[in-house]
Ligand binder design. Structure first.
Ligand code: HMG
Length: 381
């Protein structure tokens, strides 16, 4: 049975920060951010947005009443959850108007869990071919003001429908998951910002990519020439380059230059949004599909990585008409509004976070379809 990604949609906040302006404010050479890290802009999160509102906004773009009827399961992958017990998926299910006979669950393993969600969804569809699974990857990446990780922050959500006879990517059978107990990036229960051993995390990422790709080669007999492109988890765009170059080395042949070109196409959107954690690989895939040089039937590799750490390398075959089943990311990004560094800092400190008192937010400037109005009696409104 052919099972895979049938539809994809992306949502991010309406505000962004120019990273050249941030570099100047931090007394850093702007080239470090734009070339060394590979980021130009970053999503800024107003208090009226959280992973529920962003996830619902992304999913709303791909749903029609007919598609909604077939959804049996809603999986929300996130590491920026708003509750330690209740799943974000239940809030999103209500906001989307899905019926009550739907299974709803939240999954966590740093940036990796949307990939686990997709793999579990394949199993559900294989057992029940008429069912579709809505997988939403939604996150807010926060490292803190004036920290080395600050330039790699970001926010947004990617929603995907997993079904039989998919319109975008038909997922192939061989997948290679790989996990180890590692402290490269984590967020203790009491913290609103991640703790990170930055340089170490980049080395673990590369190691996991090589481990999973080498095993994939052993299992399938395929090599780089069998891929039209590889999409990477992009915590910052330079990371994808480091990953790809770890395999290409000094190669300058046709295969190497093709993969390098396609990588550039996959980095375009992340460059303007920043790290989406769970959604980053899938925004990278959307960027590749909307800006790359691809043909129906091409094989695309996907490298998923989540700190802590877990990676997975898997593949899919591009389907006829795939361009027609995705939201227009370029248009969404063009509509955003630039904020100053001072405004970004103010918004950064105003997020609901772990405060327990009642609060009401002014949502008049937030054009997104769902907004967080505040908190009352320990409940988000
Ligand atoms: P840093 O110490 O600020 O940066 O940390 P640096 O000094 O290493 O410089 C970065 C690059 O800029 C270097 O290039 C410099 O040479 C270059 P590289 O050697 O890496 O190729 N550079 C310049 N280039 C041009 N002009 C200049 C200039 N100056 C310097 N003037 C770090 C960087 C990424 C470590 C930091 O931002 C950080 O800690 N980020 C967060 C952690 C992270 O993103 N890790 C990625 C792998 S782990 C992962 O992907 C999982 C994650 O998404 C979380 C999850 O799973 O939930 C993070």
């Amino acid at each position: 049975m052919r099972i895979g990604i049938d539809r994809m949609a992306f949502a991010t906040t309406n505000d962004y920060l120019d990273l050249v302006e941030l570099a100047k404010a931090r007394n850093v050479d702007p080239n470090k951010y734009t070339i060394g890290i590979g980021q130009d802009q970053q999503a800024v999160v107003p208090p009226t947005q959280d992973i529920v509102t962003l996830g619902a906004a992304a999913a709303q773009k791909l749903l029609t009443p007919a598609l909604m009827k077939n959804i049996s399961t809603l999986i929300v992958a996130t590491e920026s959850g708003i509750d330690n017990s209740k799943a974000a998926a239940i809030y999103i299910k209500r906001l989307l108007g899905l019926n009550d006979f739907v299974r709803t669950v939240e999954m966590k393993e740093a940036c990796y869990s949307a990939t686990a969600g997709i793999q579990f969804a394949r199993g559900i569809v294989a057992l029940n071919p008429q069912e579709t699974v809505l997988v939403i990857a939604s996150d807010i990446a926060r490292y803190g003001l004036d920290t080395p990780g600050e330039v790699t922050q970001g926010a947004g959500a990617v929603a995907m429908l997993i079904s039989q006879n998919p319109h975008i990517l038909n997922l192939e059978d061989t997948t290679v998951p790989y996990s180890k107990d590692i402290m490269d990036f984590w967020r203790p229960l009491y913290a609103t910002e991640a703790l990170v051993d930055g340089k170490y995390s980049t080395n673990v990422y590369i190691d996991f990519f090589k481990q999973t790709f080498t095993r994939y080669q052993q299992l399938t007999g395929r090599d780089l020439a069998d891929f039209a492109a590889i999409a990477f988890h992009l915590p910052f765009t330079k990371m994808g380059k480091k990953g790809l170059e770890s395999l290409l080395g000094e190669r300058k042949d046709e295969v190497a230059s093709r993969l390098r070109q396609q990588l550039k196409a996959s980095q375009i959107y992340s460059r303007k949004v920043g790290n989406l954690y769970t959604g980053s690989l899938y925004l990278s895939l959307m960027s590749l599909l909307q800006n790359g040089n691809l043909n129906v039937g091409d094989r695309i590799g996907l490298f998923s990585y989540g700190s802590g750490a877990e990676g997975e390398f898997y593949t899919g075959i591009l389907e006829e008409g795939y361009q027609n089943y995705m939201s227009n990311v370029e248009m969404d990004l063009a509509r955003r509004h630039k904020v100053s560094v001072a405004k970004y800092e103010q918004l950064f400190n105003n997020q609901l976070g772990m405060k327990s008192e009642d609060v009401e937010f002014d949502d008049r400037n937030d054009p997104l379809p769902f907004v967080l109005k505040g908190q009352k009696n320990h409940q988000r409104i």
